[in-house]
Design a protein around this ligand. Structure first.
Ligand SMILES: NC(=O)C1=CN([C@@H]2O[C@H](COP(=O)(O)OP(=O)(O)OC[C@H]3O[C@@H](n4cnc5c(N)ncnc54)[C@H](OP(=O)(O)O)[C@@H]3O)[C@@H](O)[C@H]2O)C=CC1
Ligand SMILES: CC(C)(CO)C(=O)C(=O)O
Length: 314
């Protein structure tokens, strides 16, 4: 399968390195950061899974250098960059090209539908984690699952081939007719963990240190799940809260959430499509979502004051 990965950041490098193993797939990455293009071009990608290391050398380029039309475009930019990335991909989005988003947050399918027919939109979620450790290196606990669905709920041969490609690459993956419940649950999980860990600038394990931190995460989850239910999506808040507790004391303890990575690196975050989305979806049903709104306002304030923040007074 010919795959173009849009965004050679943390998760893009993880997928890129794993999917390009062997000779089954023809994988390339598209990146806008020239320093990352140069580093990956010179050294390849290095993925660390504890003491194990995987090295891979997939080609990486700018959008204008992609030749031909891939079978699959795998979106690995942050959500505020999706529109720009797909604009730049217009030249190689062919009649047969599918676009898959496993990005966090809500509203990703709506954005992709502006560029390809709904029949070629694949939407889902991923619980793998990836932390950048350099321009061309990442680390991951290596644990997780990917679930996705065709937006039209018709599971095509291509969707099955995508599922197979991920599984053969060692990334557990399932395609179903409907994974909206998983997408909303993942968004609720991120609304709690990503925003709080980003405010505190700590790895996930840091949120387990104080019961108060866990209580706040649980309140955000309860509120996000109530919004999901208002849209007819049945989510299991208790399971999510247990999952959160298990992961922040276990496999995700050292992971720095993608939103905390953004705040630490002074970048724009995905808070608008995570906590912000719950606030908007709640308002559209006449509900309020005060915990999510507070986290949204805090992260937006942090984002807009990077150049004013004080690290020391001496
Ligand atoms: N990291 C993780 O553990 C997980 C991440 N996710 C999701 O995966 C997605 C990607 O996250 P993550 O990998 O952490 O993000 P990163 O910020 O590490 O990577 C995104 C990359 O996309 C690049 N990019 C932005 N715009 C374009 C463009 N127009 N063309 C080409 N490249 C572009 C960025 O470049 P630049 O540096 O210039 O901004 C950056 O290198 C997000 O939606 C996130 O929520 C989901 C599960 C886990
Ligand atoms: C925390 C994690 C890895 C969820 O499993 C995530 O989605 C992120 O860092 O954005």
């Amino acid at each position: 399968m010919r795959i173009v990965i849009l965004g050679a950041g943390a998760i893009g490098q993880l997928y890129g390195a794993m999917l390009s193993q062997g000779d089954k797939n023809d994988v390339s990455l598209v990146e806008r950061d020239q320093a990352a293009i140069d580093a990956i071009g010179a050294h390849g990608i290095s993925c660390a899974f504890g003491d194990e290391r995987l090295e891979a050398h997939p080609p990486v380029m700018r959008a204008e250098d992609v030749e031909g039309e891939p079978d699959l475009v795998l979106l690995c930019t942050k959500t505020p960059d999706t529109t720009e990335a797909l604009e730049q991909a217009r030249g190689y989005l062919g009649e047969g090209t599918y676009v898959l988003s496993l990005q966090n947050g809500l509203g990703n399918a709506e954005l992709i539908k502006r560029f390809v027919d709904p029949g070629r939109v694949l939407i889902g979620m991923c619980t793998y984690n990836a932390d950048r450790t350099g321009l061309c290196s990442v680390r991951s606990s290596g644990e997780g699952i990917i679930k996705f669905m065709p937006l039209t709920s018709e599971v095509s041969d291509l969707a099955r081939a995508v599922e197979r490609a991920f599984n053969e690459a060692g990334l557990e993956c399932e395609v179903h007719e409907d994974v909206w419940r998983d997408v909303w649950q993942k968004a609720a999980y991120n609304a709690a963990l990503n925003s709080t860990s980003a405010v505190c600038r700590v790895p996930c394990g840091g949120m387990g240190i104080l019961n108060k931190g866990m209580d706040l995460c649980n309140d955000i989850i309860d509120e996000a799940c109530a919004v999901a239910e208002a849209y007819g999506v049945e989510v299991d808040a208790t399971r999510l809260k247990n999952d959160l507790r298990r992961k922040i004391f276990g496999s995700e303890k050292d992971h720095i959430t993608s939103m905390a990575q953004d705040v630490i690196m002074h970048r724009q975050t995905e808070v608008g499509s995570i906590n912000g989305a719950f606030v908007r979806y709640a308002a559209a049903k006449g509900l309020s979502a005060p915990y999510n709104e507070a986290m949204f306002c805090l992260i937006k304030s942090i984002e807009s004051t990077y150049d004013m923040q004080v690290d020391s007074i001496l």
